[in-house]
Design a protein. Sequence first.
Length: 276
Amino acid sequence: MGMYHNRPHVQDIRNMKQRGEKISMLYVSTLEEAAAAAAAGIHMLSIEGKYFSPEMREAAGDCFVQVGLPFGGWGRFEGRPLATAEDYLRAAFHFAAIGGDCYYCTASHDIQKVLCDNHVPVVAHVGLIPSYITWTGWRAVGKSAQEAERLWRQVQQLEAIGCFGAELEVVPDRVGEWISKNTAMIMLGMGAGPGADAQYLFAEDVLGYDVNHKPRHGKVYRDFKAEFERLHNERAAAFREFIADVNSGAYPAPEHVVAMADTEFDAFLTAVSGRG
């Protein structure tokens, strides 16, 4: 993957923030979702490392891609969990070679700093962080003045380290707007109100086939769950019809087989008859 391409660079995303432009972002996990996002003109994609491949990069077209680095026991890279800064750096460089544009990392500040010091664009996470959920529970974070201030201090720390951006998940809209306006980082809002720099949803929520709890900030634009169920039923029905045709002899029909002239077949039988 060369350095020269048509998709945005980090500087382009920063320029969008400075101009106050709206940034759209989707989490995708399939080639079809990535290709559809690219066709629609989505600005940023979030793709977990386990799904990111040269084929996924190609499907993502001109979308700016954030690659999710596995965290601790949550995932594997080269067959083992990431633990040290060197592990994370090796993973980031691996995905950079494929064509990642920035890297989601929820490891400790010292590990994030090593990535930043090596010029890797890092996206951190503040607010509701699923990989640290035991510390907060499933709830909005930052509704009290004290907790909102703690959020802001975390953002300041990440900015000082050199992070490119941070996911800002399930925080009050006024806090999300204030933080976004007061940091140079790109704040990727997921349930953080309209004032965040980007609006970030999961493709499975947008398409209505998420089997998990639908978050407050989720919005369904199409009912793909029903569409997938319909397609599943149609596949099964087609397969049942195939079985019935095989059993009845309706398949294969004459148009499905290779014909042979009678004279040629008779000559074949003559040639092979009597030979043991």
